[in-house]
Design a protein around this ligand. Structure first.
Ligand SMILES: C[S@@+](CC[C@H](N)C(=O)[O-])C[C@H]1O[C@@H](n2cnc3c(N)ncnc32)[C@H](O)[C@@H]1O
Length: 238
């Protein structure tokens, strides 16, 4: 396990892409990313949790949604290992007048929280980063389990694989021939968008992701495909 996050290969990329990150998410998903995060936020807040953690918050979209929709009594924390991502998230919160999110710089491999603390952990479009050919994925999952309360839920929204073969081919075509050039030109970081296209096209389908969550120690794993399986929401219980 790489204890030093500075040695993680993806960190360099997540330090470079923040300036155009939100814009490209909106363009490349035709704003569907917002709808999907909204749905994830609703799942996170069902049952009125006391403490919610947005893992890999990036520019803070899920955390901001959680803070806006949760009751004032719900404590919202948001963690990321990329300082420029966190900086963007804080600026966005300030500009939208949203207060009270605990932004934390940290690594999912070594979460700075006591065990059994959170009722819910949400993670939007970063579970793939933690698990796709990632040698530390078991460590990440152990840490997430550790900080969740018994009965606590992990809510994931992530790219998936469309079940329809033709739709799946179109999705892979779009990733390779639309996402990479547009993402590369606008961000100036072709490598980051090549990684996105490659990891999303070769990532787990709903069954594989659910099986991984169960094998990692979660129970009652449920998958809800979105838009024919381009993305999915997973709910798993500690
Ligand atoms: C694709 S972005 C997703 C950001 C955000 N959740 C969203 O919905 O747009 C992935 C984020 O995960 C963060 N990340 C990746 N691996 C991490 C780790 N091991 N610990 C903490 N953050 C991590 C990156 O810095 C980046 O901000």
């Amino acid at each position: 396990m790489t204890h030093n996050p500075e040695k993680r290969p993806l960190l360099k990329m997540f330090k470079a892409v923040p300036p155009s990150y939100d814009l490209l998410n909106r363009i490349l998903t035709l704003r569907m990313d917002e709808k999907w995060r909204k749905r994830a936020a609703v799942e996170c807040l069902s049952g009125n949790p006391k403490e919610v953690l947005d893992l890999c918050t990036g520019t803070g979209d899920l955390a901001l949604r959680l803070r806006k929709s949760a009751t004032p009594a719900t404590v919202v924390s948001a963690l990321d290992y990329s300082p420029p991502m966190l900086e963007r998230a804080k600026i966005k919160a300030r500009k939208s007048g949203i207060e009270g999110i605990n932004f934390i710089h940290g690594d999912v491999a070594d979460l700075p929280f006591s065990e059994n603390r959170f009722d819910v952990a949400g993670i939007a479009f970063a579970f793939r980063n933690l698990t796709f050919h990632n040698p530390d994925r078991d460590t990440f999952l152990k840490e997430i389990l550790r900080v969740l309360k018994p009965g606590g839920r992990l809510v994931i929204v992530e790219t998936c694989q469309p079940t329809n073969k033709l739709f799946r081919s179109l999705f892979h075509f779009y990733m390779k021939w639309i996402t990479v050039p547009i993402g590369g030109i606008i961000s100036g970081h072709y490598g980051a968008y090549r990684y996105l296209a490659h990891s999303a096209s070769n990532y787990w389908n709903c069954h594989e992701a659910s099986a991984f969550l169960s094998a990692s120690g979660f129970s009652k794993v449920k998958a809800f495909p979105l838009l024919g399986g381009i993305s999915a929401i997973y709910i798993a219980v500690k």
